[in-house]
Write a protein that binds this ligand. Structure first.
Ligand SMILES: [Zn+2]
Length: 119
């Protein structure tokens, strides 16, 4: 896998966690999510974002509701209880990963012990 493809693979996961996070705070529409992700440095086209929103909805992690805002019909997405559960699990994994990857010197003692044993 090329580096570029691998990055897309990583970002695909980050983007999904990000969507779940915002949909847990308030109902979000695609346009909002696209701007929010762009603010964080992810340039997603509607052709990439909408299938992800659809997929998360189909899997039962988001619930979609149509609303009319300023005369336009828009789909709003809100997290479901199983989406919340998934987000909780993702947060734990993210914290664990960030703890090790971003602060290698303060990595868990269990990790250090494993590293010593592997030598
Ligand atoms: Zn955000």
């Amino acid at each position: 896998m090329r580096g570029e493809d691998l990055m897309k693979y990583f970002f695909g996961g980050f983007v999904r966690v990000h969507i779940l996070h915002h949909a847990a705070e308030e109902p979000v529409c695609g346009v909002y999510m696209m701007e929010e992700l762009a603010r964080h440095g992810y340039q997603l086209s509607p052709g990439t974002l909408y299938p992800i929103l659809h997929q998360l909805t189909q899997s039962g992690y988001l619930r979609c509701q149509q609303r009319v805002v300023e005369g336009r019909r828009r789909k709003y997405y809100r997290i479901t209880p199983s989406g919340r559960k998934l987000l909780c699990q993702a947060r734990e994994k993210l914290q664990e990963l960030a703890g090790e990857v971003l602060h290698p010197k303060t990595a868990s003692t269990a990790g250090r012990r494993a590293a010593r044993a592997a030598r």
